[in-house]
Design a protein around this ligand. Sequence first.
Ligand code: ATP
Ligand code: MG
Length: 332
Amino acid sequence: MIMVDNLHKEYKRLVRKEGLFSGIRNLFNRDYETVEAVKALSFTINEGELVGYIGPNGAGKSTSIKMLTGILVPTRGQVLVNGIVPYHNRKQNASQIGVVFGQKSHLWWDVPVIESFKLLKHMYNISNRDFNTNLQLFDELLDLNTFINIPVRQLSLGQRMRSDIAAALLHNPKILFLDEPTIGLDVIAKEKLREFIKTINVEKKVTVLLTTHDMKDIEKLCSRMIIIDHGRIIYDGSVEEIRRQYGTTKTIVIEFENAVSDFAVPNAKLVKSTANKKWFQFNRLETSSTDLVSYIGSLYPVTDLSVEDQDIEEIVRMVYRGTDNSFLEASG
Ligand SMILES: Nc1ncnc2c1ncn2[C@@H]1O[C@H](COP(=O)(O)OP(=O)(O)OP(=O)(O)O)[C@@H](O)[C@H]1O
Ligand SMILES: [Mg+2]
């Protein structure tokens, strides 16, 4: 369905010279530096897959999605989306894909959501029947009716994201590209959106490539993930495998009634500390948060606690290290 082979993308960026009259000097004597945003990227995604596409800031995720959607032309390498070269046949490609960039709405800012939908119906030649069926389904899943007559500009972020994702799917695309669709959403809105993505994937058989910084999105939705860093793939495989290898590390955050100086806890490592708050990293196969809390609680009065999973940046660091929580052994 999606085939990417040895894909590269370089950006040319103007290097600004500092100093007096630099503006004029920049105008006449332009120096460019090359940013290699994507380097030798290769992967294939089969029909019906829901793949997580993750990596730290600046890894090249959005750049790759822009090449897959035909917005950017690769510097070299091949891209095929359902048999089409996206940047050669942008229009044809657009009819078979849906795109959502979480950072930016594709809808018309000043018109009610429903008017944007009608414009899209016209642009994509969507039949009355498909349009109505989809609107009804999306309304059931996303409660669109509560805000469908409001201009996009006045929507909350969650409502805006729901409108955007519905808009991207009105023309029944086979493939959906989601670039950080859950960014900035609260827990409930995220959960709702995840359920929707899952339903679309299972019931409408839409192939999905999902970019996110929230590891929970991946764990709840994807069985496969591709991790990229500095424009290269550093992992392509099952989410389960990553969870097994790297997902056993958790962080317990404990708030104390009074200021407490740093102290050691068996089977855990102090990774961050303020006067009233300490962060301990632990491996849940070696110890449990309950054990840690009862140990720490016996030393100092605790007022609040939470347990956090690892973030994507930490997982990327661990993939590089290729070790399974060896830092915990070191800390003893
Ligand atoms: N239009 C551009 N001109 C020059 N450099 C760019 C441009 N767009 C992106 N870059 C650079 O290319 C690299 C990859 O950027 P990209 O937006 O693809 O990363 P990303 O993985 O989507 O990151 P994030 O998680 O922050 O969204 C970065 O170093 C970025 O600074
Ligand atoms: Mg991005």
